[in-house]
Design a protein around this ligand. Structure first.
Ligand code: G6P
Length: 612
């Protein structure tokens, strides 16, 4: 939700800021802007994408070595010119970019209006910068102090960067709830919502903690103080990412690249954790918490979006393999429903970005009640891994496409490893079976590769159904969450309405929708409840529904009944979510491309949802 970038150094700031905004565009893209400091502060901003901003700025002067920039996902006020960031203070001496929501902004705004301030935008951000200005004025303090005093009055979330024409060699930044990373170069500083805009310039970064304010001054070391004015020692970390991971590398879209990266990302999620020959599964990050998990009354998995679907697969895996009761909760529901949770419960929070506001809030709630909290996250150094007691990274690499693909299969891989480890410790499955499962799990990257290399008919199917208005996705058991995820992928990027259902539930409602215009995608591998799903397919065909079925290699029964089949390699039923989700990602991708949709940046969505 909103991407922020800033630069302070000796290079030209504008090209760095624009490139940075492009890297962060997955966070929001309804308006964009820059503020450049060269004597005065000049703000250029426009509705639309970063490319629109570039076009708008094309003939303007951009000479400056200090600047801040923003790409927005609207919260307060519609996406238009006046609400785009950066925002000036009324004096035009200060400009700010902001990611987050100031919840008490209307009270603060009324107060400022009564003190003679006028506002050009509908945003909470403009309120904050004028509050800072007002404190400077009223209390006669310097900007550093004014920022701290203002942030003590603010309720809500923020990552902010402020530039001042009275302090041309400085930037001030702060965070609470929304992420912010400082990059430390040679005599220069970078700031960004995540490390992607920074990685090509420096690998040395500091992730700010909540309620920390960073003071960046040319020629000085980075200084950090809390909003209560306590000095903190910056903890400099080295980035593991490389630039290639942030480029499309010949693919038309990041999403397609990320789909094709899955053999590697799944392998990376297992690397150093699975030794099938020796019967070892070990997740170093949670080793000290294994007993807590094992002895927990129940495990509650909390997540949002695609990560919630991974949690559902996790529920099936943990219950089946380790016989530990699991509940899966939408983080947004959990946090507001006074849940019964205590010290004997373990919570597993799952998040690609590690920044999702609802998931973070649900973690805080469970923590207050004494539960043990573990995380499964992709982005190293993000907020969730820093809030949980322990956790495991998925190591899927940066995921840029807004619709999650490789992060999902990596989350499921890590959950599988965890469930197998619990089963081993609990002795809930015989050793021979355990060894067999480890070997099969180890073969999944090759099977996924095989699936991706197989000449399939997904483009032909996409052409056939690109104009459909609705889709149903049906699966049973482990593949019920896959049906949900397949439907989510399609609606996210193609804007076709799609619903996922447990196949047997079809007769309790969705069957009423089926006619010759309704495409129904079945996940029907030849394992588990295969016969049952064959019956469900017959029920759809009897009503003239058009069926696309994901089937096991060599299946002839379903092939003879349906309109289209897509084959997947044979595997254990519990591992099919990892393989079967891949053709569904491709189906959504090609349909969206054929419909002319912006696959990597679907309308209204953002990759990292840092507001509730
Ligand atoms: C957004 C993204 C989804 C993602 C969800 C949860 O809605 O568009 O792709 O699944 O947030 O994000 P998280 O980073 O917590 O997994």
């Amino acid at each position: 939700m909103c991407g922020i970038v800033a630069y302070l150094g000796k290079k030209q700031a504008y090209p760095i800021l624009i490139k940075g905004l492009q890297r962060l565009e997955y966070r929001g893209y309804d308006s964009a802007g820059v503020a450049l400091l060269n004597g005065d502060i000049t703000v250029h901003k426009t509705k639309g994408k970063v490319s629109d901003l570039e076009e708008y700025v094309k003939d303007k002067k951009t000479d400056a070595t200090v600047g801040i920039a923003h790409t927005r996902w609207a919260t307060h006020g519609e996406p238009n010119f006046k609400n785009a960031h950066p925002h000036y203070s009324q004096s035009k001496n200060l400009a700010i970019i902001h990611n987050g929501i100031i919840e008490n902004y209307s009270t603060l705004k009324e107060e400022l209006i009564s003190r003679g301030y006028n506002f050009e935008s509908d945003t909470d951000t403009e309120v904050l910068i004028n509050l800072i200005h007002d404190i400077q004025d009223k209390e006669g303090v310097d900007l550093e102090a004014a920022v701290r005093i203002a942030l003590n009055q603010v309720i809500g979330a923020y990552a902010i960067v402020i530039v001042s024409n009275e302090h041309p060699n400085e930037l001030i930044a702060a965070r609470k709830g929304s992420p912010l990373v400082v990059g430390i170069g040679e005599g220069e500083f970078y700031l960004a919502s995540d490390a992607t805009p920074i990685v090509e310039y420096t690998k040395n970064v500091v992730y700010l903690e909540d309620e920390e304010v960073a003071y960046l001054k040319l020629g000085e070391d980075l200084q950090i103080r809390t909003i209560k004015n306590q000095t903190k020692t910056p903890y400099i970390q080295e980035l593991e990412w490389n630039l290639g991971q942030l480029e499309k590398e010949g693919y038309d879209h990041f999403m397609l690249k990320e789909i094709y990266e899955q053999p590697k990302s799944i392998l990376d999620s297992m690397r150093g954790r699975l030794n099938a020959a020796k019967g070892i599964v070990s997740l170093g990050g949670i080793v000290d918490y294994e007993q807590k998990l094992l002895n927990a009354d129940r495990i509650i998995m909390i997540a949002c979006g695609t990560s919630w679907h991974a949690a559902l697969v996790g529920e099936y895996l943990f219950e089946d393999l380790a016989r530990i009761p699991v509940e899966v909760e939408y983080a947004s529901e959990f946090r507001y429903r006074n849940p019964i949770i205590g010290e004997k419960d373990a919570v597993i929070a799952i998040s690609q970005s590690g920044e999702t506001a609802d998931t973070l809030a649900a973690i805080e709630l469970a923590k207050e009640k004494g539960a043990t909290i573990l995380g499964i996250c992709n982005v190293v150094g993000s907020s969730i891994p820093r809030t949980t007691h322990a956790g495991t990274y998925t190591h899927a690499g940066p995921e840029i496409g807004v619709a999650s693909t490789k992060a999902f299969t990596s989350q499921v891989t890590v959950l599988t490893l965890m469930a197998l480890r619990m089963a081993q410790l609990k002795g809930t499955i015989p050793t021979s079976r355990f060894m067999q499962l480890l070997t099969e799990l180890g073969s999944l990257p090759q099977k996924v590769e095989q699936q991706l290399k197989t000449e399939d008919n997904i483009i032909e199917i996409s052409e056939e159904f690109q104009n459909a208005s609705n889709f149903l996705y049906l699966g049973r058991g482990f593949n019920f969450p896959v049906a949900l995820e397949g439907a989510l992928k399609l609606k996210e990027i193609s804007y076709i309405h799609a619903e996922g259902y447990p196949a047997a539930e079809m007769k309790h409602g969705p069957i009423a929708l089926i006619d010759e215009n309704m495409p129904v995608v079945f996940i029907a591998p030849k394992i588990g409840n295969y016969e049952k799903i064959v019956s469900n397919i017959q029920e759809v065909k009897a009503r003239k529904g058009r069926v696309i079925a994901i089937v096991s290699e060599g299946d002839t029964i379903v092939k003879g009944m349906v309109d289209y089949t897509i084959e997947i390699p044979n595997t254990e039923e519990m591992f099919t979510p990892i393989i079967a989700s891949i053709p569904l990602q491709k189906l959504a991708y090609y349909i969206a491309v054929l419909r002319g949709c912006n696959v990597d940046q679907p309308r209204n969505l953002a990759k990292s949802v840092t507001v509730e």
